[in-house]
Design a protein around this ligand. Sequence first.
Ligand SMILES: [Zn+2]
Length: 478
Amino acid sequence: MTLHVYDHVTRSKKEFVPITPGKVGMYVCGLTVQDKPHVGHMFAFVACDMIRRYLEYLGYEVTHVQNFTDIDDKIINKAAEEGIGFREVADRNIDLYHQYAAELNLQPAHHYPLATENIDGIISYIEKLIEKDHAYAVGSDVYFKVRSFKEYGQLSGRNVDDMITGTRVELDEKKQDSLDFALWKGAADGEPSWESPWGAGRPGWHIECSVMSASILGDHFDFHGGGRDLLFPHHENERAQSCSCTGEKFVNYWLHNGLLFLGDKKMSKSDGNFFAMGEVLEKFRPEIIRFFLLNAHFRSQIDYSEERLKEAESALDRLKRTAVKLQEMVQVAEKRDLTEPEAGVLQAVISYRNRFFAAMDDDFNSAGAIGVLFSLSKELNQYYSSIGDNSPAAEVISESVAFFTEGIEILGLWRGGFAEMAKSVSSDIPEDIIALAAERDKAREEKNWARADELRDELQKKGYLVEDSSAGTVVKHL
Ligand SMILES: [Zn+2]
């Protein structure tokens, strides 16, 4: 099977064909940094990170661009509330984003463009749209003429005439048509602003993404990510601007992740219905949050609750035990001919691996792929009990380790990958015991054998069995 990706325009999955062979351009709508990121925000970035990892695994050279909207009404209001500059508000939330991104094992984007660093590009882009009669200035504002782009509504499956009767259309006397949206907003007194041919002002929200994606990835690129709530109007507007300006296709595949729901409402900052990332990280390890978010197809809605995170914690713990056990088995595995049942186990492992990749090829179905890792885990447990005290066959173990390592890495389920995961002890081992085990690793590294033995005795006295593996000390309940 080859990679198939959902296509919004045809509403079906189609085979992925890159614009330039071997390369992928991916633009992800980043945060508007008026406040601390919440879990719903981070979901979009976790999903895109998983997608990027898989594309890289397939051998594509991915250029990942993710912007920060560092100027808009909400940021200005927040700064005014606190009596500080908008830059300070933006920068502190950008810093927080990077901190959470690292904890969630996100690979850094190759470019993080800022709206405020692209004002010149934004102005000349708007000038081009005016020249092509897709936009018009009224005083110090500039609007995009929605009806000038015939395909408007195609991406989100809306009909322009239905939108007019919709309730969300704002009335603004300056606009020629109530559907039109702002490309440039004249500044009120005291607001942060930049000089432009239309007077002092700032860019509208949508235009920055058209400009920054094109400046780094070119006019036409492969993937565009963002939450489903960005589909309309944000992405519909981006597409209208870009296609109108260049006369070309804009994006080949849209990656809209589903939304996080709390009860029956979407997690949203403006409704006060959200969990800040920092709060959740106080209760749950970042690996658990990442696992929870990837254990559903990224396009589907996720119901968020602490109970479900706890379920994710114990499920991830099962995978962690698989890693620890596999690592132990590597030490004792024996190179020998396979028995008949063992040949069956090896075949099963190979077919799980195929199923894992079939799931990933099916529109990046990480949930299906995780399901296969659990099947592998079950298969191995049955195998261990079938061999009793005998050593496992090296071929079965090495094939399993190779697949498990790949799977963990592609999904980014553990920082440091399989090796780190296999080092960890089960979560029902208390912190002080984990600390003693780490101290023992350090003593062994320093070849301080006497101290290492002392620590082993201490751990045993506390009721733990100590085993050495190439990944370090493994402790278990006696
Ligand atoms: Zn955007």
